[in-house]
Design a binder for this molecule. Structure first.
Ligand SMILES: Cc1cc2nc3c(=O)[nH]c(=O)nc-3n(C[C@H](O)[C@H](O)[C@H](O)COP(=O)(O)OP(=O)(O)OC[C@H]3O[C@@H](n4cnc5c(N)ncnc54)[C@H](O)[C@@H]3O)c2cc1C
Length: 360
């Protein structure tokens, strides 16, 4: 047991990844979160991590983020298999590339997006045009798009399964549910809403949209549709160029296809609108007709935590670390950001591979 005490405010993606890394290294870790427990409830108020599609798309995300985000993404794509490989119940993870599709009328828009991607980060994987026969060979379930590209090496992870395993397998971590942190002080104290304080050698503020007013974070609404589509055959995430939404279809274990996502500058946490649901489902059906008979399992809405420049921030001081602004790329970049944070404050995290070797 390492005697250093660590407090973590927030049990979302970052909080669980930190707790998992630090707990198994032997630090004394306590996590605080207003949620009533570790499981997802899909009420629009839970961690954004549960609502996420889990696309790991450093290339496609370059269309609306910086090369630094893409580099964090490529690093994280190499870290996720190590993390999953160290788990007893690993979440589904795959990195067989993703697909970008466009209807005939959207070819001009697609070419403009592809030109931006090609210029943004030379030396990293680039989009490859596919003939319709090649598309059929890769994903027979897709019909209807006139143009297709493969985005090589992009991936996906199952967020709900990953959140569960990060919690369940975080060794020795003390989880404090139904405990809201009002502020995280720079001396390592967490000030709880019930007026009590808990002092740690090091405190992490990873409260996402809950870190206001200490950080100028805002929520950006996103909506998703969960479909049950037995035998759907889709194996890779698919993006469809669409005039209003960045529409994607993500296959998940259990015959699920997840459709996402709207991006609305609003902190409205109310249920999914008819307009978003109709547009997402119509767009998905236009490239995967077999979805017609799928069943709608869930409509989910949540807020992505974003800073004014839409870039992530990592702020390290002697007793407090803040990580926030993961916006639409949290699953894509969290492992590399956590690695940078632990390194910056001199904490050792047991390398995942070493841990896996020990277990076997
Ligand atoms: C619709 C949608 C689709 C997405 N799709 C993708 C995707 O495909 N790929 C991708 O990489 N990313 C995606 N994301 C983004 C990703 O989910 C976020 O970037 C990520 O969850 C941010 O992680 P976080 O730990 O900072 O915040 P969160 O996961 O939101 O966790 C924050 C935690 O802090 C807790 N908290 C809040 N206030 C307090 C308080 N006062 N005290 C203590 N705890 C508090 C919350 O309860 C929560 O548990 C998507 C998000 C949405 C909404």
């Amino acid at each position: 047991m390492n005697e250093l005490s660590i407090g973590i405010a927030g049990a979302g993606l970052l909080g669980r990844l930190l707790a998992w890394q630090l707990g198994r290294t032997g630090y004394r870790v306590s996590v605080f979160d207003p949620a009533s427990g570790p499981q997802p409830v899909f009420d629009g108020r839970q961690a954004a991590a549960f609502t996420a599609a889990g696309m790991l798309s450093p290339l496609a995300e370059l269309d609306n983020s910086s090369p630094e985000v893409a580099m964090l993404g490529w690093r994280s794509l190499a870290l996720w298999p190590q993390i999953a490989g160290a788990m007893k119940a690993p979440p589904h993870f795959a990195a067989n590339g993703s697909l970008l599709l466009a209807h005939r009328s959207d070819l001009g828009a697609a070419q403009r997006v592809l030109a931006r991607l090609a210029d943004a980060l030379p030396g990293t994987p680039q989009a490859q045009p596919l003939s319709l026969a090649e598309l059929q060979g890769l994903e027979p379930a897709l019909h209807g798009a006139a143009h297709a590209w493969l985005l090589p090496k992009e991936g996906q992870i199952d967020p709900v399964a990953a959140m569960r395993s990060l919690h369940d397998e975080a060794a020795g971590v003390h989880w404090n549910w139904s405990r809201r942190v009002g502020s995280v002080r720079d001396d390592g104290a967490l000030v709880l809403d019930d007026g009590t304080q808990q002092r740690f050698d090091l405190a992490f503020d990873v409260r996402g949209t809950g870190a206001r007013p200490e950080l100028p974070v805002r929520g950006v609404r996103g909506e998703t549709v969960w479909l049950h589509a037995p035998g759907h055959e889709l194996t890779r995430p698919v993006r469809l160029l669409h005039p209003r939404h960045r529409v994607y279809l993500v296959p998940r274990p259990g015959d699920i296809v997840l459709l996402g996502a709207s991006e609305i500058e609003s902190e409205d946490r109310s249920p999914v609108s008819l307009r978003s649901a109709v547009e997402l489902m119509a767009a998905a059906h236009s490239v995967m007709p077999a979805l017609a008979e799928s069943r709608i399992l869930r409509l989910d809405a949540n807020l992505r935590p974003a800073l004014p420049d839409n870039e992530p921030c990592l702020e390290v001081t002697p007793h407090r670390v803040r990580i926030n602004g993961l916006f639409r790329h949290g699953w894509l970049i969290a492992p590399a950001l956590v690695e940078d944070a632990l390194q910056a404050c001199g904490l050792t995290a047991q390398p995942a591979k070493e841990f896996a070797d020990e277990r076997s």
